[in-house]
Design a protein around this ligand. Structure first.
Ligand SMILES: Cc1ncc(COP(=O)(O)O)c(C=O)c1O
Length: 447
C-alpha cells in the first residue's frame, strides 16, 4: 500500500489544568478515579481530561475545553447533563430535607411510578447502585430456593462489584475460592449451555442472572427458553436491566422482547445520573424482605441512603419524562444516524472491517482491529486520542435525548477525521502515531 499522510491537528487547546488535577487524583485516589471505567489507564496518555461541568450532550474540562460526549456518565445520563425538568425537581426537593426517620411520601410515589412503567414490578425496593440491587436478587434467590449456585451469562461484561461476580473476572484478588466456585457461566443465545449447567448441578442453581441483550440481540425464543428452563428447574430468573432499562424502552428490555423475569434490577438511566437503583419483581419473592411472609426473613437492601429524597425526586421526574416523551424513540433515531454516519465515514476512510460500530442504536459501542483484523488496544488508543484532540469524548457511542441531529453530524465529521488517521496507522503502523502508552483492559490482575 502506498504511504499516505493526513492532516493531524495538534491539540487545539491546553490540557495543563487537567494534567495537574489528574496527577493529584492519582496520588489520592487508587487509579485516579472512583470508577475503573473512568480511570487514566482507560484514556490515552497526555489527555487525562478532568471535567468541570456538563450541559446537554456537552462537557467542559478544567482548562475550559468543550467536548461533545458519548459516554454519558457510564450510560446513566439518558436525558442529558443538567437536564432542566430533573434539576428543577431536585432543587425543589432539596428544600424539603434529605432523609427522615420514617418513609418519605416520595418513596411510595416513586415505587408506584416504576410499577406503572414496568408491569412485572409487583414490589419495589430502592437502593443506590445496580450492584446492590443484583446482590439483593441473588440473596433472595438463594433463600427462596435453598440452593447456592448462581449461573451468569459469560458473554455479558458486568453484573456487580460484589464477589459473586468479580470472582469470575480477570481481577479476582481478595475473593475466596468458595465464592468463585459458586458462580457458573453459560453462553448467550445458547440454551443448551444453560440446560447443561442444570443437568450438571441438579437442584443446585438458585438463579440465572443475565441481561436480555447487550451488544447482541437475542435469537428468537432464547429469552423465553431461559425463563422456561428456570421455571422447570425451580431457579429464579433475574434480569439485569441496568443498561437496557429505560434505554431500550420505558418498560425495559423485558417489554421489548416479551419476557417476564422473576426479579429485575434497574439503575443507571432511572434517575438521569442521580444515584438510584431498584430491585423489583414477584411479590412472593420480594415480600421475604418484609414482615408479611411466613417464611424465613431475608435482610434485603436496608441502606441508610436508599431513600434519599432528592435522588428519588430525580428518579420520579426522570421516569415521568420517559412516560410522557418518546425518549427511547429519540435515542434509537439519533443512534441510528450516528451508526450510519460512522459506517459511511469508515468506508470513505478505507477502514471498514477494522473500525466497527456494534450494538443497538441506543447503546452503541465500537471494536478496533489492527491490520490483521485482530482486536487492538493500540488502535483503540489512537481512536480515543484523535477524537479527544478534536473535542469528542467517545469511550462508547452512547447517545442521549440531548444529542441533536447537528451534534451527531458534528461528531461524525470528527470521527471521519480520526478514521483517516486510523487508516494511516493501518498502513504505516500504529505505535509511531501514539502520543504515549496504550489503554488497558480494566479487568487485569496486574498493572
Ligand atoms: C449490566 C450492568 N449490570 C450491573 C452493573 C452494576 O451497576 P453499578 O455500577 O450501579 O453498581 C453495571 C455497571 O456498569 C452494568 O453495566
Amino acid at each position: 500500500m502506498a504511504r499516505v499522510s493526513v492532516h493531524r491537528p495538534p491539540l487545539v487547546r491546553s490540557v495543563a489544568a487537567s494534567l495537574e488535577l489528574a496527577r493529584r487524583a492519582r496520588h489520592l485516589i487508587p487509579g485516579g478515579a472512583h470508577t475503573y471505567a473512568k480511570a487514566d489507564d482507560q484514556y490515552p496518555e497526555g489527555l487525562p481530561i478532568m471535567i468541570r461541568r456538563g450541559a446537554g450532550c456537552r462537557v467542559w474540562d478544567v482548562d475550559g475545553n468543550e467536548f461533545i460526549e458519548f459516554g454519558m456518565g457510564l450510560r446513566t445520563v439518558t436525558l442529558g447533563h443538567a437536564f432542566e425538568p430533573v434539576t428543577s425537581a431536585v432543587r425543589a426537593a432539596l428544600e424539603l430535607g434529605t432523609n427522615y426517620s420514617r418513609p418519605a411520601q416520595i418513596e411510595v410515589e416513586c415505587a408506584e411510578m416504576l410499577q406503572w412503567l414496568v408491569p412485572g414490578a409487583e414490589m419495589v425496593k430502592f437502593c443506590k447502585n445496580g450492584s446492590d440491587a443484583l446482590d439483593g436478587a441473588v440473596k433472595l434467590a438463594r433463600a427462596h430456593t435453598g440452593r447456592e449456585l448462581i449461573a451468569i451469562c459469560a458473554d455479558q461484561p458486568f453484573f456487580s462489584v460484589s464477589d459473586w461476580f468479580i470472582g469470575t473476572t480477570g481481577m479476582p484478588g481478595g475473593i475466596p475460592g468458595w465464592t468463585r466456585e459458586h458462580t457458573l457461566k453459560f453462553r448467550y443465545n445458547n440454551l443448551a449451555s444453560l440446560a447443561g449447567l442444570f443437568e450438571q448441578h441438579p437442584h443446585g442453581i438458585a438463579c440465572v442472572v443475565m441481561e436480555a441483550s447487550n451488544s447482541q440481540e437475542p435469537a428468537a425464543g432464547f429469552l423465553q427458553g431461559v425463563a422456561e428452563l428456570c421455571r422447570d428447574q425451580g431457579a429464579v430468573f433475574v434480569l439485569d436491566e441496568m443498561i437496557t432499562g429505560f434505554r431500550w424502552h420505558k418498560s425495559g428490555a423485558q417489554h421489548v422482547y416479551g419476557v417476564r423475569p422473576d426479579l429485575s434490577a434497574f439503575g443507571k438511566a432511572m434517575a438521569n445520573g442521580f444515584s438510584v437503583s431498584a430491585l423489583t419483581g414477584r411479590r412472593e419473592l420480594m415480600q421475604r424482605g418484609g414482615s408479611d411472609s411466613d417464611r424465613e426473613r431475608v435482610f434485603l437492601l436496608s441502606t441508610t441512603h436508599g431513600a434519599e429524597v432528592h435522588s428519588l425526586a430525580a428518579a420520579l421526574a426522570t421516569m415521568r419524562f420517559y412516560d410522557t416523551h418518546d425518549v427511547s424513540g429519540v435515542l434509537h433515531a439519533r443512534g441510528l444516524r450516528l451508526a450510519e454516519g460512522i459506517r459511511a465515514a469508515a468506508r470513505a476512510a478505507g477502514v471498514e472491517g477494522h473500525f466497527e460500530v456494534l450494538g443497538r442504536p441506543c447503546s452503541l459501542v465500537y471494536a478496533t482491529r489492527d491490520a490483521r483484523g485482530e482486536p487492538s488496544q493500540d488502535f483503540r488508543t489512537l481512536f480515543l486520542q484523535e477524537t479527544l484532540a478534536r473535542g469528542l469524548i467517545a469511550p462508547s457511542l452512547v447517545v442521549s435525548y440531548s444529542h441533536s441531529e447537528a451534534d451527531i453530524d458534528a461528531a461524525v465529521e470528527i470521527i471521519g477525521e480520526a478514521l483517516a488517521v486510523y487508516r494511516v496507522a493501518l498502513v504505516q503502523g500504529v505505535r509511531p502515531l501514539l502520543r504515549g502508552r496504550a489503554v488497558k483492559p480494566v479487568m487485569r490482575p496486574y498493572a
